[in-house]
Design a protein around this ligand. Structure first.
Ligand code: MTE
Length: 327
């Protein structure tokens, strides 16, 4: 008899109206009503003064918009504090608390994004202009770090596919590469050659076009805090967290697989694909289970799911590939 590992569909975590409607941010009267209804739940996890609320579309101004916080479903989102005080962001140090302590010094305005390579619309754009065409959505995703801990996080952002399509990649674009800011004056970790700076990541173009891939500008309906990758970061929920590059300044469409920071630093530990896979251990530790941050029974690990539980949505991308070789 085979045992089927229970799969948790994203729709079970994010309420269907949020997940399917794709316009999670409401306006006007509806927003006020939703805000009142949801405000109580959000207030419990988002302390006062935790970043400005986001507007419905990203206009660069920190104007008041509707806070739509998807209420708890099967999996409880982690709290604001947990998500913003347990971080990996080596530009600010290697301890989990360094980013919360030091990332505040990073100036995220003005910010520009350079688009290069195999696309029709290349150039350098002010972030406000770059993001203006899109409505923001909330997506509550599981987040699984390769270090074997996990969280559930209510991100706010834009589907990566929508953004990339607008840039009109050419038929030669097979990959998309991302680069973080390099600014050692404000990112002291970059003065230490612990990684080759700037931080780099990449996806195959069909992975990038999957509807789950997400460009994030907010968290819990608030502007994304610096320690979580402000002003713009990537989230790929079926992959290990290190694919989620922060403080993006450059997007390049390429014909060949781009170099990525962790797969260059430790190719025996971290691959380009980095799909969450409980069957492939990282040398030195297992990936079979994970510790959910905030679990009061902290010794109780939970089973890690293939593709972090998003297999139904993404397994087609890897048909015919040996996921042990292409880890
Ligand atoms: N992006 C940059 N630029 N620098 C980093 O050190 N760390 C990665 C990823 N993105 C990292 C980065 C790793 S290892 C993880 S697990 C996630 O960010 C952590 O995201 P979080 O701090 O929002 O939980």
């Amino acid at each position: 008899m085979t045992t089927r590992i229970p799969r948790i569909a994203p729709s079970e975590i994010t309420p269907q109206e949020v997940y399917f409607n794709r316009r999670a941010f409401l306006t006007g009267v509806a927003a006020a009503a939703a805000g009142a209804a949801l405000g109580r739940a959000a207030a419990a996890v988002v302390p006062a003064g935790s970043g400005a609320p986001l507007a419905c579309t990203f206009d660069g101004a920190e104007s008041v918009g509707a806070l739509v916080h998807a209420p708890d479903q099967n999996e409880k989102p982690n709290t604001w504090y947990q998500i913003t005080h347990f971080n990996n962001y080596y530009e600010f140090g290697t301890s989990k608390t360094d980013p919360a302590e030091y990332a505040g010094r990073l100036q995220t305005r003005p910010w520009s994004i350079t688009v290069a390579g195999e696309a029709q619309r290349t150039g350098t754009f002010a972030l406000e202009d770059f993001l203006k065409p899109y409505a923001l959505e909330e997506r509550i995703y599981r987040f699984r770090c390769v270090e074997a801990w996990s969280m559930v996080i209510p991100w706010v952002g834009i589907p990566l596919a929508a953004m990339l399509k607008r840039l009109e990649p050419t038929s030669r674009a097979r990959y998309v590469a991302f680069e973080s800011l390099y600014r050692p004056g404000q990112m002291p970790g970059q003065k230490v050659p612990i990684l080759s700076w700037p931080y780099r990541e990449g996806l195959r173009i069909d992975e990038a076009m999957n509807p789950l891939a997400f460009m994030v500008v907010g968290l819990y309906g608030r502007v994304l805090p610096n320690q979580n990758g402000a002003p713009l970061r990537l989230i790929v929920p079926w992959k290990y967290g290190f694919k989620g590059i922060k403080a993006i300044v450059r997007i390049t469409f390429t014909e060949t697989q781009p170099p990525t920071t962790w797969s260059r630093a430790r190719p025996d530990y971290y691959g380009f694909y980095a799909n969450v896979n409980p069957n492939v251990p990282t040398p030195g530790w297992s990936q079979e289970s994970e510790l959910r941050i905030g679990n009061p029974f902290f010794h109780q690990r939970q089973k890690t799911l293939m593709f972090n539980g998003y297999g139904e949505e993404v397994a087609y991308l890897y048909k015919g590939m040996n996921l042990r070789e292409h880890f």
